[in-house]
Design a protein around this ligand. Sequence first.
Ligand code: UN1
Length: 511
Amino acid sequence: MSRIDLPGPEILGRQGLAAAAACGVDPATVAGEQSHLSPINGRDLGGVTWSDATTVDDVVTRAEAAFREWRRIPAPGRGAVIKRFGELLTEHKADLATLISIEVGKITSEALGEVQEMIDICDFAVGLSRQLYGTTSVSERPGHRLMETWHPLGVVGVISAFNFPVAVWSWNTAIALVCGDTVIWKPSEQAPLCAWASAALLDRALTESGAPANVSQVVVGGPEIGAALVDHPGVALISATGSSRMGKAVGPRVADRFGRSLLELGGNNAAIITPSADLDLALRGIVFSAAGTAGQRCTTMRRVIAHTSVAQQLTERLVEAYARLPVGNPIAPGTLVGPLVHGKAYDAMAAALAQAATDGGKTVAGGGRVLTDAAPDAFYVEPAIVTMPTQSGIVRTETFGPLLYILTYDDLEQAIALNNDVPQGLSSSIFTRDQAEAEFFVSAEGSDCGIVNVNIGTSGAEIGGAFGGEKATGGGRESGSDSWRAYMRRATNTINYSGELPLAQGVDFTV
Ligand code: UN1
């Protein structure tokens, strides 16, 4: 099912600039030579300006100067800025959602959901600004005490991806700012207006509070900007979201200068559907996680591992549901599947489908490109389902599109082995009404992922939990729980109030 009412490039360009201007962006300052395509129609929205990588050094110097002042403001005062930022995001929720749809092609509901994630993380960070606590511990020495204090880390570089063009920055920034760090953001080239608009709202909150200049900065440009941040010794932490290939390049480079990195990389997320699963629930969970956001979340469900007793029925019902998915203009009411971000994403999906067929897979739903007449430069696809005889190389590869593989299993240990036998380790889920199965899946012998769900899909995590995964997913944790620790440095303090100087481990050094 596809919808054909696609707006023209001039309309989208105008809407985008109006939404950005409403958030405080001056259209004149962002106009430039760099072409800027909307996935909705594949056409230029009107050129934007990019920074040169040579400017990064100055940007870092300004961020370092801002850090020296910002860290002196008590954390609850920093939290008050984030509280105001959350209010401004609430006020401009629709503007930002419009920009997200125009620049990356998300349907309106998911674009609004992304802004809601930003608002939620602001709430979380405000509370956190009064809870940056360390522990105290007993000392082995009389009249001594051990304690930990947490201090701001420094300049944080945030490199974000097109698929969550603003929420992932806000997870990092809201937390980093209350922790006392300053932030430099290198957004996706795909979404400069989203970035400028979000940053303008944050700037407003900072200015209103009298915060020092340059607590938050944005540098829009190509990969060389990211590389300059990665290599800059003044950037204490690089938080990067993107492909495992990107992370493999970034991690060692940051480590080489003893910087810290927080990596949020690829996923190859599966759901195990057990014999006792509520299939109605499983169906809804799978369709949202696999086809939602046109399969372009790092948490997108890419594999279903179904028990042989339910696999056929489940597959038939999925095929039926997929036939009803409205594909088309993401801004039109009722659309559930928007476009792929660009032609390369489409090529990757087509190549994966061809490879899966070579490996013995059978495409049972979708896979074809649609709306080619209405939008010849855009890339709309019907979400695909491929049944696979084995978990071949292509199934173990993350293809960033709506492509779901179905595998089967006979016993749970085999299903868990399949779940874990991929390079990535981000998200996973099990659908079961059997408590022992659910517990086994979340146990140490179960899923090896950072996110392990029961009776919900793999995507759509709340901000309150730590977000991230293992293996080729990079190991980083962002967003809620105690992820804030990544943005601070820990000092262990031994306090001696005894008047004596006993040495630890019973060492005698009397002179
Ligand atoms: C991402 O795709 O990079 O759990 C982040 C989710 C969202 C975040 C996804 N809350 O699907």
